[in-house]
Design a protein. Sequence first.
Length: 155
Amino acid sequence: MEWYLTIKVVHIVSSTVLFGTGLGIAFFMFRSHFSEHIQEKCYAVNNTVLADYLFTFPAVVLQPLTGAWLVWKGGYNWTDTWLIWTYALYLLASLCWIPVVWIQIQLRTMLNDSRLNNIPLPPKYRTLFKIWFILGWPAFFSLILIFFLMVYKPI
């Protein structure tokens, strides 16, 4: 069995899971924000947090592990410019994702508390949701640029 190609497939699949799950749950969560029904918001945030644990987190861990293995076994220079940019963009995406996960957990707590106690959402909910939304953009574009760098290795 060709280990390089197997690890490459794992790397590609985990990058697809990372990007696809991130985009999917962001869309789902964003759309639920405009619902008047607290049940819909709770359903979205509960599943968003679950999806991050089940899919996004393992992909976040696998990406640098498989990527490092591919650089090592592929004979690439660790300091090639395209790789340096990839490391920096992955770090940026990760630094955005960590607070996003914390925010999602906070939003989940507020929404479930609101639903269970039949109380309005606190003003902090809107503030945290805006931060969540803003942090998603640099992570999203970082991953797009990483895909470009992985395919073209332009610099």
